[in-house]
Design a protein. Structure first.
Length: 208
């Protein structure tokens, strides 16, 4: 999925200037990184809000047209009003097609209803993580990564080493070699019933 946004340069900064921009239905933002100096920009609020509501926007290379000049960027941070649908500020990071980038991408858990742990045992899908940080070239950045649960039994887990990543995309681990990504957990009530059944069972008759 591709995203394009229009922006204009801005020269004024500070809380007062930002409030005036917001009253004009614009969002103050900044582009930084790369060899160029940081650039202050403003973006139409409703266009930006609509993009931020899409999951893929946060894990895609965005084409930002600043006064007609295109820049390739990633969303690095966005500040929202605590209770209003109002974007307060956005940070964009410049990317270069020839340099590896690091970005968090969401995980999509698929085929849960077909997994033995859910379909036959009534287990629940319990993600240990909902996103993963990856390293790749900008053109290889996936909007999301599928995690296939179709073979997972109740009580079993999928680890990072078992996830299939697109070509050119590598996961970044932070201190854990093979972290758990997702588990099919068994309902506590069923575990308790199984334990009670075991405890209440008559002892086996010793062999003669």
């Amino acid at each position: 999925m591709t995203f394009e946004l229009n922006a204009q340069k801005r020269t004024l900064q500070g809380s007062g200037a930002s409030r005036r921009l917001r009253r004009a239905n614009k969002v103050p933002a900044i582009i930084y990184g790369g060899t160029a100096a940081p650039a202050l920009i403003e973006i139409e609020h409703n266009e930006l809000l609509l993009a931020l509501r899409k999951e893929a926007f946060h894990s895609s290379v965005v084409t930002l047209s600043v006064d007609g000049a295109a820049e390739s960027v990633l969303v690095r941070d966005s500040q929202m009003h605590p209770y209003k649908p109002l974007v307060l500020h956005v940070d964009f990071l410049r990317v270069d097609a020839t340099h590896v980038i690091q970005q968090k991408v969401p995980l999509h858990f698929i085929n849960a209803e077909a997994s033995p742990g859910v379909k036959l045992s009534g287990g629940n899908v319990s993600p240990a993580m909902n996103e993963i940080e990856v390293a790749c070239l900008p053109q290889d950045l996936p909007s999301f990564i599928d995690v296939d649960l179709k073979d997972l039994e109740a009580g079993q887990s999928l680890h990072l080493s078992q996830i299939v990543f697109p070509e050119g995309v590598k996961p970044i681990t932070h201190g854990t070699d093979d972290a758990v990504v997702v588990t099919i957990s068994v309902k506590k009530a069923e575990v308790a019933e199984d334990a009670e059944g075991t405890e209440g069972a008559a002892p086996a008759t010793p062999a003669a």
